[in-house]
Structures are given as C-alpha cells and as structure tokens.
Design a protein around this ligand. Structure first.
Ligand code: PLP
Length: 370
C-alpha cells in the first residue's frame, strides 16, 4: 500500500531522475563557467537540458528557460522585477502561495498591492473584477497561480494570460502545482511561468522560470551576483539537480490518476464531510475537506499511526496554527479551518490506496466519537 498522500507538499525523486542525478554528480560536477575541457562538457550538458526542457514546454527559444533553486526563488524574482518595472498597482490573487503573496506584500506599498478576490463557492479568481481593473489601465502587472496547492482549484490562468496580453500588461503564473499533473499545452505565448522540480519528482531545490517572449523577458533580472544564466540568475548552476529535474519532467505522464472522486463520495456519504469548491474543476489528485468534528491534528496523528501521510493544509502553514488565507477567502470560519484535511495523491496511489484511506477515516471517526 502507498499511504503517502501529501504529493502537493513534495514528491519522491523518480528513479530515472535519481539515476540522472547520480551520473551527473559523478561525472559532470565541474563548474560550467570554468574554462577547461570538463567544464565545457558541463556547460554543454547544461544547455542540452535547457533545450530539452524548452522543447517539452513547446518553446522554440531555449533561452526563455532559466534554471532556479525552486519555485519560491523564481516567484520572488518575478514579483520583485515586476514591482520595479511599473509604478502602477500589481494584482495578485488572494489565494496565492506565500512564495508569491509575501514578496508582493513586501515590494508593493499602499494601494500598489492589489488583491484579486476569489469566488467563495469555487475558490477561483473573480475574472470580472480583474477584467474591469485591466480595462481602466490601473494595473501594471498581474500574478495568478495555475492551480491552488490547498484546494486544487484550477484557475482561469490561460484566459487571464490572454486578457493581460490584450491589455499590454505583463502576466505571471505560479504553475508549481500544475506541472507533472496537468497537460502543459502551448506556452509559446505565455507570460512568466514558474515551476518547481520537487513537485513532480525532480528533486528538492530545483525549479525553473519561463520568460515571456517580449521586452519584459529580455530585461528580466533575478538576484545579482555572477553572470550565470545570461546574467538573469546568479549562482553556480546545480547541474545534477537540473539533470534530475529535466529527466523527471520528460518522464512525466499527462494521464490523470484515479480514486479521488470515489474517495470523496465515500467520506461525504459516511462522514458528512464538506468539500469546499467541489463543483469546480480541480487537480485530479487533490481533495480538501472539512471533517465533521474534532481538531484535524487528532485525525492526522491517527492516520499517521496507520501509515497514511496527509496534511492539515499547505505544508508551509501546517502545524503553525496560521489561519489559511485560502480557506478564509472561501468563507470558512476559524473553527472550521481547524477541521480541514488535505490529501493529495499521485499516479502511484492505486484505487485500493484511496479506499483504504477512506476506511481509515471512518474507523478514526468511530474512535473519536467513542
Ligand atoms: N508555489 C506553490 C503553488 C507551491 O505549492 C509551492 C510549494 O508548496 C511553491 C510555490 C514553492 O515551491 P518550492 O518548494 O520549489 O520553492
């Protein structure tokens, strides 16, 4: 049985990615910026992986891909850059991961920080409000995630990307939870897009940023330091990590896994759990629900004793008692937030794994009531 149901927090490295990591760290550990033959080979390999990733993302220009140390770094860099590029307001959705929300709050003072509300029933961004702001010309940039890490709610990011393009406003999407779970589609006309390697089995501390094919992409700069990544991202490249991440990316499947929907039907029927935003299109692996009674930690601990790993929300705020911004935006009160569990599976969870998880919850319900 695979009782690991916290894939939105992190996923184990895929075997092919681990092999690529071991091979590259053994053979190509040299600094790609140095001048001897082995460094040239490392440089060549780095560009090879960039081309492969660009190709998989549907991009004709490999230079539009920057390698980073994760989605947090890439998101911070984009938000800081966009905040510097415009004097107008920058709009981010109220359900962004802290990797976007916190830098936006830090860089944008007063009413330059604009929060796009979500529809409380679905947990998806209110397009009408955003479209209205874009029409009046008050926005200098927009950032909306592709899919929410807590609820799995898929955001209308492709539509927003078009609206922004028509309005001539740069757009960023944090696609950390999208890649590896959903089909990529065509990114050739995308704005800034960020991805995280460890969410799709590519290893921790790896990520990437797709730059738009326009003046914002040309002028983009992340942290300053060395001249790596064409001067757009400083720091010695993590070539073994890049090898692992790109290998995992190429190894990914676009087929959805299954078991989540029957799991939800069972816990709704047997435990009267509520699933906020159930009606909306969500990542096929994610289920966030409100338990009928008792603090979520009691359930989580008992699940853990039975071999199931789940989360009380996003891994970043789990265990810290911080109210979830996402849950608040969806209208949950503080008490109900303390009864939320998030389970996020993968293609490695079989239907019997999901069934066993539902049965364990039903058993724990009896125990806690007893
Ligand atoms: N963005 C989203 C939506 C996430 O879910 C996460 C991880 O939880 C991140 C960003 C951060 O990614 P990383 O761990 O690669 O910095």
């Amino acid at each position: 049985m695979n009782g690991y149901f916290d894939y939105n927090a992190t996923a184990p490295m895929l075997p092919a990615a681990r092999e690529a990591w071991i091979e590259t760290s053994g053979k190509n550990w040299h600094n790609p910026s140095s001048l001897y033959r082995e460094a040239g080979e490392a440089r060549h390999l780095l560009e090879h992986y960039r081309e492969e990733l660009a190709d998989a993302l549907g991009l004709d220009e490999p230079e539009r891909v920057l390698f980073t140390g994760g989605a947090t770094e890439a998101n911070n860099a984009v938000i800081r850059f966009l905040a510097e590029e415009t004097e107008r307001a920058v709009a981010v959705s109220s359900i962004e991961h802290p990797a976007v929300y916190a830098p936006a709050q830090a860089c944008l003072k007063g009413d330059r920080f604009r929060e796009i509300p979500v529809n409380p029933d679905t947990g998806t961004v209110d397009l009408e409000i955003l479209a209205g702001w874009l029409q009046t010309g008050e926005l200098g940039a927009v950032s909306v995630m592709a899919a929410n890490n807590e609820t799995g709610a898929i955001q209308p990011w492709k539509k927003i990307s078009e609206l922004c393009r028509d309005a001539g406003v740069p757009f960023h999407t944090d696609a950390a939870q999208w890649f590896g779970k959903m089909p990529i589609g065509d990114l050739s006309e995308s704005g800034f897009v960020t991805g995280s390697g460890h969410k799709f089995g590519g290893g921790n501390g790896t990520g990437f940023l797709v730059l738009p094919d326009d003046e914002f992409g040309d002028q983009f700069h992340g942290q300053v330091g060395g001249p790596q990544e064409e001067g757009k991202r400083a720091g010695t490249e993590n070539l073994p990590g890049i090898a692992a991440m790109v290998t995992a990316f190429l190894d990914r499947s676009e087929e959805p896994g299954c078991g989540r929907d029957d799991f939800e039907s069972k816990i709704i029927q047997e435990l009267s759990c509520e699933v906020p935003g159930q009606s909306v299109s969500r990542l096929w692996n994610t289920s966030l629900f409100v338990l009928p009674h008792s603090k979520n930690l009691k359930w989580l601990t008992r699940l853990s004793q039975r071999g199931f790993s789940v989360s009380t929300g996003s891994a970043c705020s789990a265990g810290r008692g911080n109210p979830s911004r996402v849950m608040a935006a969806m209208g949950l009160d503080f008490e109900a937030m303390g009864r939320v569990l998030r389970v996020s599976g993968s293609r490695d969870n079989s239907i019997p794994d999901w069934e066993a998880l539902a049965d364990a919850l039903i058993e724990i319900d009896g125990e806690l009531r007893g």
